[in-house]
Design a binder for this molecule. Sequence first.
Ligand code: IPD
Ligand code: CA
Ligand code: CA
Ligand code: CA
Length: 263
Amino acid sequence: MNDNYLKVARLAAAAGAEILLSYQGRFSVREKAPRDLVTEADVAAQQAIQKILLSNFPDHGFVGEEEGHDQVSAEMLADPNHPPIWIVDPLDGTVNYVHQLQSFAVSIAMYHRGELQLGVVHDPVTKEIFWAQRGGGAFLNDCPIQCSQSDRLDQALLACSFSAGVRHDSGELDRFAAALDQAQAVRRLGSAALNLCYVAAGRLDGYWATCVKPWDVAAGAVIVSEAQGEILSLAGEKFDIWDPRFVATATKSLNDQLRRCLA
Ligand code: IPD
Ligand code: CA
Ligand code: CA
Ligand code: CA
């Protein structure tokens, strides 16, 4: 693949990260829906990222969480000749960011010919940049990373994400309770993208979500796969970025156990 894609994705992620840091503690916040926040920084970072990507690749598609860029048409996906589509979350972990909890990231992925081709997740606070290109392995800054060897659910450290509107009587909590019963421990860190990168780096053994959007997990999904992890739909089928309800784990055996546990 064109190495320039990765270079520009990393530049765009760094520009977004710088904007997030520059706004910290000083931004307006509004609710898109109850408990679903967006700040001025989310929007400014997305605008800067979009400008960098599309000025370098004017014919490419762009999907981003904010400002009405959140749709991709069925025709775009069905067309094998459609130019690459960038999938961007300018700030994954907005609630953490608003509360000055230092766990959030910029997430940029590229999708082309039915596959995710690359992913970059940039943590502005720790300066950790997780990245991968399809077939090229996964990296943290300049070092190759790999998932853990974990293949026992009772010894696994897991994380999961809930939707902003999660309710006590939803299936999301039933799955959480089942995992609490069977895993070593379960965390909720507040950034889907970072959760996936932590699986890729061996810091977590597994992560699942049933309510996230493509931009939350597109970059992290490539990074986990390239770190030798297993990412499958909840039903055990090929992961589909346009329907991201999935289980990502260090090993195939752990994936089987966790999917059975969540079923
Ligand atoms: C959210 C985070 C969170 C997950 C939510 C996402 P945002 O993304 O990834 O971990 O639980 O479902 O919406 O809104 O902070 O970009
Ligand atoms: Ca959001
Ligand atoms: Ca997100
Ligand atoms: Ca976001």
